[in-house]
Design a binder for this molecule. Structure first.
Ligand SMILES: Cc1cc2nc3c(=O)[nH]c(=O)nc-3n(C[C@H](O)[C@H](O)[C@H](O)COP(=O)(O)O)c2cc1C
Length: 397
């Protein structure tokens, strides 16, 4: 067995070269694994074998994970933000494969890790040939995928500023950023700049009925597995004209409007008693989409609220009964005491309390926003006419 010499890595101002260099090191570790397979039956877990096993362990336990994180957290999201047309389609097909490769390779590594640990400690002198082969083959195919498609795409699409950003993130991940050139969070917020470019929205793309258009986008958000697709901001305005907003979960949407459930004594409910107009906002960042909805709000029918309340898990029902939402309370302990009291008294099927139920916003304005490159976004807004029909027009970004 030969000891591997350390090679010089390129600098982080060439991040794609750094990633390719990592592949070179992975290939060397994979070659060491192959050599160990031959070496162990002949020589046992001798000093050379133990050292080789330790080196492979060290590399795949730490460095390989950093390399995967570079791709998952920086390279692929940055590519997603700039790829257009054929590149975007290629990426959409390939990115899930790469992420799955990472998971599968991690699982295959776990198996090898145990065996190598024993070799490194001199406690065993064998490795499973099939486990090594599976691991080597998977990594090799994975690296070829990245080198033939992802790396050239990044070289083609990234500006020098984007390359510098990628390199800085990779450097930071390895603790090499240096405190002096690290901006404070307050400063760096201004530098959080993402160029949107996944899709476009034209007058011809959108459906005549904005609720059907919303349904289509919602289904796409579900399919894209965006984080909390049903979370929306609800903005209300108090009797003094003071706005406030909070997140709630939309529980139903149809031709009648958008429904959520809450406490009728809460702050938002008080606002809605004084001013029936509200605004909803969905932001599906993964799809670079926002939907703004305005209209008047009414309570859902009691039967509808009853039906939904009954469908909730018992503990959620008990929480709704126990909480006087938006009212102050002395401590968490007092809150939990209220819950315990309700839980003791309420039985297995507590009815909906009168101060809990649904609100439905009946929209008269719905705007669909699709992020585009260089802040030149697409906006199509629908407005409901007196006869119930909808008109639509494009707004400037
Ligand atoms: C993800 C998420 C989902 C929420 N869903 C609801 C909901 O469906 N209903 C609700 O009353 N509050 C929900 N809340 C809590 C509200 O944001 C808010 O704290 C609460 O309704 C009290 O608001 P108010 O005092 O302005 O009335 C949710 C909060 C988050 C972060």
């Amino acid at each position: 067995m030969t000891t591997l010499l350390h090679d010089t890595a390129p600098d982080f101002d060439q991040p794609i070269a750094v990633l390719k260099h990592c592949h070179g090191r992975i290939r060397k570790q994979l070659a060491t694994l192959d050599k160990l397979l031959v070496h162990l039956p002949e020589h046992g877990a001798d000093e050379q074998a133990r050292q080789a096993a330790s080196a492979v362990l060290k590399y795949f336990d730490k460095a390989a994970h950093l390399h995967h994180e570079d791709e998952e957290q920086d390279l692929i999201p940055m590519l997603r933000a700039v790829a257009q047309g054929e590149d975007a389609a290629t990426l959409q097909a390939l990115a899930p494969v790469i992420l799955q490769d990472h998971k599968d390779m991690d699982a295959l590594w776990q198996d090898l890790h145990e065996q190598l640990n024993l070799v490194a400690e001199g406690g065993a002198a064998a490795l499973s040939a099939s486990a090594v082969q599976r691991f080597v083959q998977r990594y090799t195919a994975h690296m070829e995928r990245e080198e033939s498609v992802i790396a050239p795409m990044a070289m083609r699409l990234f500006s020098s500023e984007q390359m510098a950003r990628l390199g800085a993130a990779m450097k930071q991940r390895r603790g090499l950023g240096g405190e002096t050139d690290k901006p404070s969070v307050g400063q760096s917020v201004a530098d959080l700049r993402k160029d949107y470019g996944q899709a476009s929205l034209t007058e011809e793309d959108v459906l005549d009925d904005p609720m059907l258009q919303f349904t289509q986008w919602f289904e796409q958000a579900l399919k894209a597995e965006v984080n909390e697709p049903n979370a929306m901001s609800v903005a209300t305005v108090s009797s003094e004209g003071r706005p406030s907003s909070r997140i709630v979960l939309v529980k139903q949407f149809d031709e009648r409007g958008f429904t959520w459930y809450t406490n009728y004594d809460s702050k938002k409910a008080q606002d809605l008693r004084d001013n029936k107009f509200a605004a909803l906002l969905f932001f599906w960042s993964e799809l670079e989409r926002q939907v703004r909805i305005e209209g008047r709000v009414e309570r859902t029918l009691d039967e509808e609220s009853d039906r939904y309340f009954r469908s909730r898990p018992l503990k959620s029902r008990l929480s709704a009964i126990a909480s006087h939402q938006s009212a102050p309370i002395a401590s968490r302990a007092a809150l939990e005491e209220n819950y315990e009291t309700v839980a003791r008294q309420a039985g297995e099927d507590p009815p909906r309390p009168a101060n809990w139920g649904g609100f439905r916003l009946i929209p008269d304005r719905i705007e669909f926003w699709q992020g585009r490159r260089s802040r030149f976004h697409d906006r199509i807004v629908y407005e409901r006419q007196a006869d119930g029909s909808w008109t639509r027009q494009r707004l400037q970004p």
